[in-house]
Design a protein around this ligand. Structure first.
Ligand code: NDP
Length: 447
């Protein structure tokens, strides 16, 4: 083997890159990792983690309201955004330093700076040349900004955690994960929210009944929706922005515009074309099932490959890469039955096939649903119904899809996903005694 500075050089210290670096170092490799922003990546610094803390913070609005029905006199609660924002940001800083420490403990050298490929084994990292036997691209993705005049007047999820103050009203563009999660967050904080969607549907890919239920509940909570409205141009006004849309309706005025319209891969300016690493039309690095790119010694994991843009998937891809390439234990990621959740208000969680996918693929399916009001919501006099759906293959009785909207959906789904992944049948679920009284007991009681 040629005499390289490192056995592995990782570009990007997010979920996938950090896992790969630590595992490879554990296998005895000499590893360095470059990060141009903050160690931890999107999930820890400006994604899943701070978002979930805001979701918790937001939910207090309903809990405090409901508390009265449970006998608590709580006075007129007030919400202080800077307190929550600063507490969340300090938690992010704590996690950032833990991630950095963990890399150090694993003997991974952390280099703060941007890395660019010069050839298949050489990189420029902030002006310094380094060489490595293997290179891993784990640069993630970034929020998309529309290509229309005035687009710079909107913000993205990168900025939303740092706001000086909350807007009185906000337009959130998009109908996916981030749009629905932040619609819930802002709405609970008392901001007037309008979701602006280019199509006629939200949360494409999720089961139709869950999407309809979220739409309904969101409307009842006061969230506005404007469908079939793309951007035309955005104007700055004295108080915020004016958004001209393509549906011929009136423009929308808002204090703030947040883009949540997808996350394109971060593959530009890395020197990929110089070394011959292929990317697809969306800019995603093309990899095989071992995460190997079109250049033999260069690999890529996580959002930059645009396979499944979820942190736990990136972590697995990084782990599989490190075990396979440096640990002599080759394995590949199984992408079948990946559970996911949207931390909307209320949350949605899902695994396996939607009802329509199952009908298309399997023909005969049996669908079981439970449409109910959680006990807590009944006493709180909150008219918000949960919906549980199991989709089963009629021929085998196997549960091939499970879909939940309601309190704690994601917590419940993690356990249910094991059953679906393991290929359990509806009968096997029914053979399990219920835990009463819970919401999750519905899963073993559906007829
Ligand atoms: P999503 O892919 O979830 O949704 C994108 C939304 O933007 C869709 O409604 C899409 O509409 C719309 N859209 C796309 N392009 C345009 C455009 N040019 N103009 C107007 N609207 C457009 O993206 P997000 O940004 O919400 O999230 C990115 C990814 O991050 C997610 O796919 C998910 O993988 C991950 N994520 C996961 C979370 C979780 O696990 N809880 C939380 C947050 C993010 P249409 O349906 O018509 O295509």
């Amino acid at each position: 083997m040629a005499d390289y500075d490192y056995d592995l050089f990782v570009i990007g210290a997010g979920s996938g890159g950090v896992r790969a670096a630590r595992i490879a170092a554990g296998h005895g490799a000499r590893v360095a990792i470059a990060e141009e922003h903050q160690v931890g990546g999107t999930c820890v610094i400006r994604g899943c983690v701070p978002k979930k803390l805001l979701v918790y913070g937001a939910h207090f609005a309903e809990d405090l309201e409901d508390a009265r029905r449970f006998g608590w006199e709580v006075g007129e609660p007030t919400f202080n955004w800077p307190t929550l924002r600063d507490n969340v940001l300090s938690e992010v800083a704590r996690l950032n330093s833990i991630y950095t420490q963990n890399l150090g403990n694993a003997k991974v050298e952390v280099i703060l700076g941007r890395a660019v490929l010069l050839d298949a084994h050489t990189l420029d990292v902030g002006g310094r040349k380094v060489t490595a036997d293997k290179i891993l691209i784990a640069t993630g993705a970034r929020p998309a900004v529309p290509d229309v005049p005035g687009a710079e007047h909107g913000i993205t999820s990168n900025e939303v955690f740092h706001l000086d103050h909350l807007p009185k009203n906000i337009v959130i563009a998009g109908g996916g994960y981030i749009a629905n999660e932040f619609a819930g967050i802002f709405n609970e904080f008392g901001t007037k929210v309008t979701l602006l969607l280019r199509g006629d549907t939200l949360l494409r890919g999720y089961d139709q009944s869950l999407r309809e239920r979220l739409h309904l509940i969101s409307q009842v909570k006061g969230i506005n929706f404007r469908f079939n409205a793309g951007f035309e141009r955005i104007e700055k006004t004295e108080t915020g922005v004016r958004i001209h849309v393509t549906d011929k309706g009136d423009p929308l005025d808002a204090d703030m515009l947040l883009y949540a319209i997808g996350r394109p891969p971060n593959s530009e300016g890395l020197g990929l074309d110089t070394v011959g690493v292929k990317v697809d039309q969306l800019g995603a690095v093309v990899v095989d099932e071992n995460s190997r790119t079109s250049v033999d010694n260069i690999y890529a994991v996580g959002d930059v490959t645009n396979r499944v843009q979820l942190t736990p998937v990136a972590i697995r891809e990084g782990h599989a890469f490190a075990d396979s390439v440096f640990g002599g234990k080759p394995w590949t990621v199984d992408y079948d039955c990946i559970p996911s959740a949207v931390f909307s208000h209320p949350p949605i969680a899902s695994v396996g096939m939607t009802e329509s996918e199952a009908r298309n693929k399997l023909g005969q399916v049996k669908v079981y649903t439970s449409d109910f009001r959680a006990m807590k919501n009944v006493l709180a006099d909150r008219n918000e119904r949960a919906l549980y759906k199991l989709v089963c293959d009629a021929a085998t009785d196997r549960v091939v899809g499970a879909h939940i909207i309601g309190p704690d959906a994601a917590e419940i789904m993690q356990a249910l996903a094991i059953c679906v992944k393991a290929g359990l049948t509806k009968q096997q679920l029914d053979a399990t005694v219920a835990i009463h009284p819970t919401m999750a007991e519905e899963l073993v009681l559906m007829k």
